[in-house]
Design a protein around this ligand. Structure first.
Ligand SMILES: NC(=O)c1ccc[n+]([C@@H]2O[C@H](COP(=O)([O-])OP(=O)(O)OC[C@H]3O[C@@H](n4cnc5c(N)ncnc54)[C@H](OP(=O)(O)O)[C@@H]3O)[C@@H](O)[C@H]2O)c1
Length: 234
C-alpha cells in the first residue's frame, strides 16, 4: 500500500477511523477530513488531518485545492463521512432534510467532482464510497437515510461507467450494522450478540482488499451483512 495516498472523509471515528488505521498500518499515506479530530488518537507521520464540515459546500473547493497542493500524490478517495437520522418523513423540517442530504449525498458528489480532474490528469485513481444496506432495500422510517444511500449507489454505478477509460476505479461497500458512534443519537442499535453487527476490522480489510486488486479489476459493489441481524430499541 506504500504507493497509495488516500483522502478519507469522516476519519475521526468509527468506520473512517478504522480504515485510516488499517491503511496507515499497511504503509499508505492518509489525509483525513472531519469536523473535529480531537476524538481520534492516531499519531503517525503519514497521517494529516483537515477540519471541515462537508455539508458547507461552498468551502469544499478551496479546501480540496489546498489539500491537493499540499498532497499532490493523492490517488484514492474513501468517501465515508455521514450520519443517520430515521423517522417518518413529516417529522423532518425542510432544513433538516436539506442538511441531511448535504452531508450524506451531495458532499460525496462534490468532493468526487473536485478530485476527478486530478485523477484524470494522473491517469489513475480509486474511489470507494461507504454506502449501506439501506441503499439496497427501503426500510421503515428510513425514507431520508435510504434516499441518500440509494442515491450514492446510483452515483457510483454511473460514475464508474464515465471514468473507467481514464483508469479510475469506482466501488461502493454496503455494510449492515457496525458498532460505532453512528447509533449514539439514534433510538436503536445492533442487538447484543456479537454476530448482530459486522466486525469493523472486516470492513477496513475489505477496503484494503479492493485497493490491492490489480488495475484490471473494478469491484463494483460489496455487500456485508451481520451473520444474524437483530436490533435493540433503546
Ligand atoms: N455504523 C453503521 O452501522 C453503518 C452501517 C452502514 C453504513 N454506515 C455509514 O458509514 C459511514 C461512517 O459512519 P460510522 O458508523 O463510522 O459513524 P461515526 O462513528 O459517527 O463516524 C462518522 C464520521 O463522519 C464524520 N462526519 C459526520 N458528519 C460530518 C460532516 N458534516 N462533515 C465532516 N465529517 C462528518 C464524523 O466526524 P466529525 O463528527 O468529527 O465531523 C465521523 O468521523 C456513514 O456514511 C454511515 O452512513 C454506517
Amino acid at each position: 500500500m506504500k504507493d497509495k495516498c488516500v483522502l478519507i472523509t469522516g476519519s475521526s471515528s468509527g468506520i473512517g477511523y478504522e480504515i485510516t488505521s488499517k491503511l496507515l498500518d499497511l504503509g499508505a499515506k492518509v489525509i483525513g477530513i472531519a469536523r473535529n479530530h480531537d476524538k481520534s488518537n492516531i499519531e503517525n507521520k503519514n497521517y494529516t488531518t483537515y477540519n471541515c464540515d462537508v455539508s458547507v459546500h461552498e468551502k469544499l473547493e478551496t479546501l480540496i485545492k489546498q489539500i491537493l497542493k499540499n498532497h499532490p500524490k493523492i490517488n484514492c478517495l474513501i468517501s465515508n463521512a455521514g450520519y443517520g437520522n430515521f423517522g417518518p418523513l413529516e417529522n423532518f423540517s425542510t432544513l433538516q432534510i436539506n442538511n441531511f442530504l448535504a452531508t450524506n449525498l451531495t458532499s460525496h458528489l462534490i468532493i468526487t467532482k473536485l478530485l476527478l480532474p486530478h485523477f484524470k490528469r494522473n491517469k489513475m485513481g480509486d474511489i470507494i464510497f461507504i454506502g449501506s444496506e439501506a441503499g439496497l432495500l427501503g426500510a421503515k422510517n428510513g425514507s431520508l437515510y435510504c434516499t441518500a444511500k440509494f442515491g450514492l449507489r446510483g452515483f457510483t454505478e454511473s460514475l464508474s461507467k464515465d471514468v473507467s477509460k481514464k483508469n479510475i476505479r469506482v466501488s461502493i461497500i454496503n455494510p449492515g450494522m457496525v458498532r460505532t458512534d453512528f447509533f449514539e443519537n439514534l433510538n436503536f442499535e445492533p442487538g447484543n450478540s456479537e454476530d448482530n453487527a459486522i466486525s469493523i476490522k472486516d470492513l477496513s480489510s475489505t477496503v484494503a482488499y479492493i485497493l490491492a486488486l490489480s488495475r484490471n479489476t473494478n469491484v463494483d459493489e460489496i455487500n456485508l451483512s451481520p451473520l444474524n441481524k437483530a436490533i435493540n430499541f433503546k
